[in-house]
Design a protein around this ligand. Sequence first.
Ligand SMILES: NC(=O)c1ccc[n+]([C@@H]2O[C@H](COP(=O)([O-])OP(=O)(O)OC[C@H]3O[C@@H](n4cnc5c(N)ncnc54)[C@H](OP(=O)(O)O)[C@@H]3O)[C@@H](O)[C@H]2O)c1
Length: 210
Amino acid sequence: MLLRPLFFTSFLIDDQLADQELIARGPIVISSASSKTAIAAAFLLAQREGVELLGLTSRRSAEFVNGLGIYARCATYDAIDSLKREPATFVDIAGDDAVRLAVHSHYGDDLVHSMAVGVTHWEESGAGESQLPGPPPTFFFAPDRVRKRSRDWGGDQLNRRVADAWHPFCEWTGGWLEIVHGQGFEAVQHAYLEVLDGRVEPTRAHVLSL
Ligand SMILES: NC(=O)c1ccc[n+]([C@@H]2O[C@H](COP(=O)([O-])OP(=O)(O)OC[C@H]3O[C@@H](n4cnc5c(N)ncnc54)[C@H](OP(=O)(O)O)[C@@H]3O)[C@@H](O)[C@H]2O)c1
């Protein structure tokens, strides 16, 4: 219940990047690399031959992201300028205006594709830049990809592929993800405020019941 809905999104991100052959056109640069959606997408992409994954994250999450062992490289948001300039694809899960501008400015016309997935940095997300260097960000909408793959493969085949990919991922997270269970109003309120204040470590997740 914790990871499965987001895993489906990650499966579709991995599938789209492969389907559009973006994985063969330079590194895949993923922002908010410590988010669950990013981790699951990176886990799947890392299994594909020749894919280079670059995780962008905050200073507070850098050690955790490096320790995951699925990103070939990890850089903090303030070090985007120091990355090698080369063709690359941006998967934006942070939705942070400053990070998006830094990535687009750094790669410029070398940016092959910019996929807007999420907004984990909701406080840093505004109207966005109207004039970004490189290709305009394209919104990733999971239901559109579900419709496409249901047409291509059929619903049963899509579900089978997701299930096949899910089990190894689920097993892998058991090695580092601590699940905190809680029950009742106070437990829910406490967890809610912890998440809101950014006090939940990326290695912890809550499963709660009122
Ligand atoms: N387009 C679609 O179809 C679609 C589908 C599903 C989900 N989404 C979106 O994808 C995004 C990712 O969701 P998720 O559930 O995977 O996120 P999550 O695991 O809850 O992500 C948490 C991340 O947010 C960042 N963060 C920002 N401010 C923080 C703070 N104060 N404290 C702690 N962390 C903070 C951290 O990443 P860093 O430190 O690495 O930046 C952290 O690892 C969401 O915005 C969701 O809405 C989109």
